[in-house]
Write a protein that binds this ligand. Structure first.
Ligand SMILES: [Zn+2]
Ligand SMILES: [Zn+2]
Length: 340
């Protein structure tokens, strides 16, 4: 089969590799689309924390935001050929103390598809444990299904922060996560404002349901009961703390790996602000798929480009070009010719 491998910093290789052999409890899936995100770019450039802490290593078949169709399955998994599925990134062991205590996201023997422990979906076939797949209804098309994985983290952010009808929400960042957060919040909260640096992204946020789109620098301190940091910019964490009102909550989804200047811990204490780190939404796949099925979440406005898998290098370059507008870039894993 064809597969796209990150072979080292800044180097991708498309080559033939063996189709994975069936193993007990596993399913062989033909991926249809895979989204590329900042995590993939960090693996590509060798700057990922997964590489730094030794969990991930190259060569690596990437691809953790994906959907596809079952080709063959261990009958014990309950999956059948032809089933449409969205893949989970995190694959917990199910047997360690944390898994048994219901904290699967903190599994001590965690593997993550396309990151470490399990090959990713940038290939013609992927083998995954049967419990690491979610069923797709016909009402969720393939391109949409490629956004289920990032969306589960958005659902987790609002579940953990306890978003309600009387919340005034600010979402920082107009990337895929930020725009999905706006879509979610417009259904749940009293109002939602998008805050960002990209004018096209802010315009998209309004299309996604934001009451207002506010350029960074024009916001009002202390005016939101809930702030969702979805930009990953180092300075955004301090901005989130500035925007939240006393007693409010800050959900941190964005992964800023640089220190944030200007944070005064005492003001968090004295203002009674709750800060919640949002790791992932491992338990929300089925309900997130339902949100796409009902139209509460919509993927189409977020998809900026689709590249053939054979042009993965161009897709990565496009991701990093000074672009704006629809943020999500997909790979079509049925197209292995190198030209667009
Ligand atoms: Zn991702
Ligand atoms: Zn475990």
């Amino acid at each position: 089969m064809e597969a796209v491998t990150i072979v080292g910093p800044g180097r991708l290789k498309t080559a033939s590799v063996p189709v994975p052999e069936p193993l007990p409890g596993t399913v062989l899936v033909a991926p249809r689309y895979a989204g590329i995100c900042g995590t993939d770019l960090e693996l590509f450039h060798g700057t990922s924390s997964y590489l730094a802490d030794g969990r991930a290593a190259t060569p690596l078949i990437f691809g953790h935001e994906w959907c596809g169709r079952v080709v063959s399955a261990d009958p014990g998994t309950g999956w059948r050929p032809g089933d449409r599925v969205a893949g989970q990134t995190m694959v917990p062991c199910g047997g360690c103390a944390r898994c048994r205590a219901g904290r699967r996201g903190l599994c001590r023997r965690m593997r993550e598809v396309g990151l470490y422990g399990l090959d990713g979906a940038a290939a013609q076939y992927i083998r995954v444990p049967g419990h690491a797949l979610a069923r797709l209804p016909d009402t969720v098309p393939d391109r949409t299904a490629a956004l289920v994985e990032p969306a589960v983290t958005v659902v987790e952010s609002f579940a953990r922060t306890g978003c309600g009808f009387d919340d005034r929400v600010a979402v920082l960042g107009t990337g895929t996560i930020g725009l999905l957060a706006v879509q979610f919040a417009r259904r749940v909260a009293g109002r939602v404002d998008a805050v960002g640096v990209d004018p096209a992204g802010l315009a998209l946020a309004v299309r996604c349901g934001a009451d207002r789109a506010i350029p960074v620098g024009e916001t009002t301190a202390g005016s939101y009961s809930l702030v969702v940091e979805a930009s990953g910019a180092p300075e955004a964490f301090a901005h989130a703390l500035d925007l939240v009102e006393p007693g409010g909550r800050v959900g941190v989804i964005g992964v800023a790996n640089e220190p944030t200047a200007g944070v005064v811990a005492g003001s968090v204490a004295l203002r009674g602000v709750s800060v919640l780190g949002i790791q992932h939404g491992l338990d929300h796949y089925d309900r997130t798929i339902e949100l796409f099925a009902t139209g509460a979440l919509t993927a189409d406005p977020l998809i900026g480009a689709t590249f053939p898998a054979g042009a993965a290098a161009e897709a990565f370059a496009f991701m990093e070009s000074a672009r704006s507008g629809p943020p999500k870039v997909l790979l079509d894993l049925t197209e292995w010719k190198g030209d667009r």
